[in-house]
Design a protein around this ligand. Sequence first.
Ligand SMILES: [Zn+2]
Length: 119
Amino acid sequence: MNTAATGLAGIALRGRCPRCGRGALFEGLLTVRDRCAVCDLDLRACDTGDGAAFAVMLVLGAILVVLAFWVEFHFNPPLWVHVLLWPAIAFPAAIWMLRVLKAALVAQQFRFRSTGLDQ
Ligand SMILES: [Zn+2]
């Protein structure tokens, strides 16, 4: 199986190995494994850099700022609501988005062989 056969979106959303689509890509929350446990694909050469983090900061930050302004002007809640609400939304959303984008970047690197992952 390859990325095209299993689908980039499916691999990214499930956080799976880009070659077999079955092995877990992540070890812990956001760390990419050294090797796939199923097909033994070497993932050490994979380097997504700050691409996923940068995209998450831009997209999620913009969404949350717009939502915070909307909540403020529409409901006019006390400050403690903002203090409790936005971190409770931002942290899980950021981690989920980071996992998906990181998996997508790893899958794209595997697909286009830019890091020699399939050798
Ligand atoms: Zn695999």
